[in-house]
Design a protein around this ligand. Structure first.
Ligand SMILES: Cc1cc2nc3c(=O)[nH]c(=O)nc-3n(C[C@H](O)[C@H](O)[C@H](O)COP(=O)(O)OP(=O)(O)OC[C@H]3O[C@@H](n4cnc5c(N)ncnc54)[C@H](O)[C@@H]3O)c2cc1C
Ligand code: FES
Length: 256
């Protein structure tokens, strides 16, 4: 179902740097499934006109949580809003994604890309798993507030938290040592490209979460189209309808 649901802000926290956590109470439950996303618009505001897409960090009953990075006009306005103010929520959107059954999982994420993993924490509890998470520095390391430390290998570029370096510096060794049966990566396109390229000759199934620019969010404008390679040649797919998660080998990744 894709509908507009009236919501109001219950809580807003500045987690670190330009990263915010927001709790919304909706008029009716969104009832999203893992892997789906929502779009937000501000009632009565025409600029920005197009609702902006966000991953669903957590959902319980009529409560929906997001984590967002302040990037441009919309996210700046969102960061300045206060509890009690109204928002319009569109969704749930996109194709649900359930973790393929595997003996062990390596989840690799950077920045707000790690928001994607939160819907799978319950499934992962019973399974062998490890998060390899990266951020620029300790002030952008928002996920340590939510993810249990014992399963996290954290890297920061300036060593202000965890190991010094980038995800790409530690990925090959982590894959060799941990020997995951499946890898799921979420983050900026440049990171996903780096991961796919480093693991090109590795046989571990690699799934990637693509969060490209979106317009309509419902398969009409084609602004989120990506190119897939299959047995019958190349084909286009809309992330908003068929995504967001793909086997890395199936996708021709766009330029960041
Ligand atoms: C399916 C989906 C889920 C998303 N989930 C989250 C989330 O959970 N948390 C979060 O912080 N952000 C998320 N994003 C990105 C978020 O939608 C954008 O940051 C937001 O739309 C920017 O709006 P703005 O008006 O603030 O900035 P704009 O003025 O629209 O853009 C500011 C800058 O950010 C860049 N930008 C905008 N959107 C993206 C994008 N999708 N990827 C890379 N660069 C972008 C623009 O190129 C520009 O340089 C998601 C995007 C998609 C498509
Ligand atoms: S965002 Fe318009 S087709 Fe996907």
């Amino acid at each position: 179902m894709n509908s507009v649901i009236q919501a109001r802000i219950v809580k807003k926290d500045n987690l670190s740097g330009e990263i915010f956590h927001m709790v919304l109470e909706t008029e009716i439950p969104l009832q999203s499934l893992p892997g789906q996303f929502l779009r937000l618009s501000l009632p009565g505001i025409l600029d920005p006109f197009i609702p902006r897409p966000f991953l669903i960090f957590r959902e319980h009953g009529p409560v929906v949580e997001i984590v967002f990075n302040m990037r441009g006009k919309f996210t700046r306005m969102l960061s300045q809003m206060e509890p009690g103010q109204p928002l319009e929520l569109h969704g749930p959107l996109g194709k649900p994604f359930f973790l393929p059954d595997a003996e062990s999982y390596l989840l690799v994420g950077g920045g707000t890309g790690a928001v994607f993993f939160s819907r799978y924490l319950q499934d992962l509890q019973e399974k062998r798993h490890l998060f390899l998470l990266g951020s620029r520095n300790s002030s952008t390391n928002w996920f340590s507030l939510f993810y249990p430390a014992e399963n996290v290998l954290l890297v920061t570029e300036d060593a202000s938290a965890g190991l010094k370096g980038t995800i790409l510096d530690y990925l090959p060794k982590t894959v060799r040592d941990f020997k995951p049966a499946l890898i799921l990566a979420s983050g900026p396109l440049s990171l996903l490209k780096g991961i796919a390229s480093l693991l090109e000759d590795d046989h571990t199934p690699l799934w990637i979460v693509l969060e490209e620019m979106m317009g309509c969010g419902v398969g009409i404008c084609l602004s989120c189209a990506i190119t897939l390679r299959g047995e019958e040649g190349l084909r286009k797919a809309c992330l908003c309808r068929e995504g967001l998660v793909w086997k890395a080998k199936e996708v021709i990744l766009p330029e960041p």
